[in-house]
Structures are given as structure tokens and as C-alpha cells.
Design a protein around this ligand. Sequence first.
Ligand SMILES: Cc1cc2nc3c(=O)[nH]c(=O)nc-3n(C[C@H](O)[C@H](O)[C@H](O)COP(=O)(O)OP(=O)(O)OC[C@H]3O[C@@H](n4cnc5c(N)ncnc54)[C@H](O)[C@@H]3O)c2cc1C
Length: 405
Amino acid sequence: MPAKGVLVAVTADVVIAGGGVIGTAIAWRAAAAGLDVVLADPAHGDAASLVAAGMLAPVSEALFGEGALLRVNLLALARFPSFAAELEQVTGHRVGLRREGTLAVAYDAGDYAALTRLTAFRRSAGLEAEELDSRACRKLESFLTPDVHGGVLFPGDWSVDNRRYVAALREAAASAGVRVVRDRVTAVLTAGGADGADGAGGADARVRGVALAEGGEIGSGRVVVAAGSWSGAVRGLPAGLRSAVRPVKGQLLRLRHPDGMPPVLTHTIRATVRGADVYLVPRADGEVIVGATQEERGPDLTVTAGAVHDLLHDAMSVLPVTSELILAETCAGLRPGTPDNGPIVGEAGPGAPGGLLLATGHYRNGILMSAATADASVACLTGRAPAPEWEPFGPGRFLTGEGAR
Ligand SMILES: Cc1cc2nc3c(=O)[nH]c(=O)nc-3n(C[C@H](O)[C@H](O)[C@H](O)COP(=O)(O)OP(=O)(O)OC[C@H]3O[C@@H](n4cnc5c(N)ncnc54)[C@H](O)[C@@H]3O)c2cc1C
């Protein structure tokens, strides 16, 4: 029962806490599957989803020791085109999907050797890679610096205009009947256990809705926590899950071509300059994204002069013509990081209240994983099993104490 004096103004089949790319993609698909969905989010302004570079890059993101993450990223990439095509069809808006691939370039023999080792690993995982000498790199991208020693083309990486994509998701969700409540979820409420307490009640507890910052409640038997870097602030999650997500700050620049200037870039470029990774991502509308810093600074969203300087310096080292582009925007966002760099998707599991789902911790790949996360979450919400690639990424791996599996 709701606490005395609290109004349960809204009820739904499912409440989603968080309206970034993840929560909105789930909301759209859940409503399309026939569920009555309420999405709660105080504002969309700080979402990492609007800051991101929009790379769909399972190949150039594949690192030693992250095989399970690679498999789920590849599942996500395979799902993306049909998901985006349906989104474009439903809304009538293009989302800027590009399939030219990533060109990773190296400046010297040492960098090139490191890139070659990574390429051998990626090939051993069945990924496509084409090694190129300096001349071949510059044939692909004529504005690249002549200092490039060589590179590797990864044709399996794509990109999307994440701002257009998120805007289209919001429109699709609204037309599928998703109701939006402009408020922050403070706690998951349970019946049969202690509401809002750490550890979230006993084994018999079930979700009965959420509490809102402005005082109301939304009644629902299923709650999805999709609040990105802020997920751990929602009370009522088991302690292990509350501490599993941390913010990893990223600063990024948006550049624009001056009127009349032809595009300076076709592929996404990645490089290491003075030990720091930099990427440049072209958009169909003439934007070039330059990113990104990777900083452990808690929930800090300031843009610093040093980061802007370093990103511009590194971008100009790779592509000197960058200096002629217009600096249109500087921004910072918080990637929802986890201890093993993997997302947290699925039923919260034993020791957590029944009906509680998580869809968070997508770290550097939330745009890429959004469509596949929506599929997995809707599978859970409708009593089906998610694809097997999700098995290593359930919330259970972070449950401790009585909830541990
Ligand atoms: C610089 C940078 C570059 C990136 N580049 C890429 C890339 O190229 N490709 C890629 O795939 N990913 C990239 N990412 C990662 C990607 O942006 C994230 O993984 C993704 O946006 C996470 O989405 P989300 O919906 O979980 O979180 P967010 O987008 O952060 O959204 C969370 C939402 O939850 C809301 N919220 C917070 N607390 C509450 C609450 N208590 N109740 C209700 N709502 C709440 C917030 O208002 C927000 O709208 C990048 C990230 C950064 C910062």
C-alpha cells in the first residue's frame, strides 16, 4: 500500500527510470509490444546520450580479454540497421547511419606494432581488417597528415548521428503511447519488504512502483532502472548494484564546416597522439566530432580549457585541415562505467524484489547497444529469455550477501 497521504496519480504495466538512449529505446519497444509504459526523467539535458560521438564500433573497441563484450557488441551492431530503419519509417526522420568503417592510423613504428598486435587479435575473433601503408591511408582520406606511418581499415564499424537518433526514439516512443513524467525517481517501492531500504526487502518482496522527487508515486509491478551514471542513486536497489555504476567523464568537441567547404573526412579516424587516443567522426550534415577525454572525476560536467586544447591539438596533428573548421560546441558527459566494463541488463534476480530490471552501465557503447538492450529488456518484460550473448551481463554478477548467486 502507498504511504498515508501519498497520491498514486499514475499506474502502468512498467515504469522506466531514465530517458536517455537506453530508457527511451526500451520504452518505445515495450510500448510497441503492447505494454502500458511510463517513462520518468526530470530533464534530458545532462544525458550522455546527447554528448556521445555516435560510433557503432565493436571492432575498433575490441580489446584483449573482453570477448564476451565483443560478442554482445556484435549482436548489437547486427540489430542496429533494422531497428534504425523501423525508427526512420515510424518517424519519417533520418538518423544518419554511416557504414564507411573506421581507419585507425599510427604515427611511428612503435604505434604501428601495437596496432598490428591488436589487429591480429581482432582477426582471430573473425573481424575484418585491412592493413594499409601511409600512401593507401592518404588515398582513403586525402587530408590526413603525411606523417602517418600506416593504418588499418576496420570496415565493420559504423556510426550514427546520436542526437537525431535519440530525438527520433523520443518521437517514436510518444507515438507508441509512452507517457513521460518529468520527475526524478528517488526509490523503487516494494511490497512484502522494506520500501526503499538498502537490500530491497526480503526474498518475497515485489516491486509495486516508484517514488518521485516531487512527492508522487507511480504504481507498477515492473520497474526498469535505466538512469545511466545516476542509476546508483535510486534507493531500493540492492547495495551491490547501487555501487556498480560510476560516472566516467568524457569531454568532446563538435566542429562544423564553413559554408561551401567540401567534407574533409569520410571515415571515422582513430589515432594515438602523445599516448592519448583521439577520434574524429564525420556526420552526413557536415559536423565532425572530436573526442574524447576519459576522466575519473565523479559527476563533474565542466568543460576545461586543457581538454579543449588537447583535443584540438591532437585532431590537428591527425588532420591538419581541422584548423579551418568552426568550433561549434564543447560538451561533457558521464559514461556509466562498471567494474568489468560490461553493461548491466536483465532481471535484478534473487535477493532483489521481483519485477525489478536494470538496463544500465553501458559505458562507452550505449548508443551501439541501445537496440539490442531494448530487445533484451522487452524479452524480460514479456517473459521471454534474452539472447544468450547477454548471459554474462546480468545484474546478478554484482549482487552480494543474501542476493549473491
Ligand atoms: C564523450 C562521450 C562519448 C561517447 N561516445 C560513444 C560512442 O561513440 N558510441 C557509443 O555507443 N557510446 C558512446 N558513449 C557512451 C554513451 O553515451 C552511453 O553509454 C549512453 O549514452 C548511456 O545511455 P543511458 O541512457 O544509460 O544514460 P544517459 O544518456 O546518461 O541517460 C540517463 C538519463 O537518466 C536520467 N536520470 C538520472 N537519474 C534519474 C532518476 N533518478 N530518475 C529518472 N531519470 C533519471 C537523466 O536525466 C538522463 O536523461 C559516449 C559517452 C561520452 C560521455
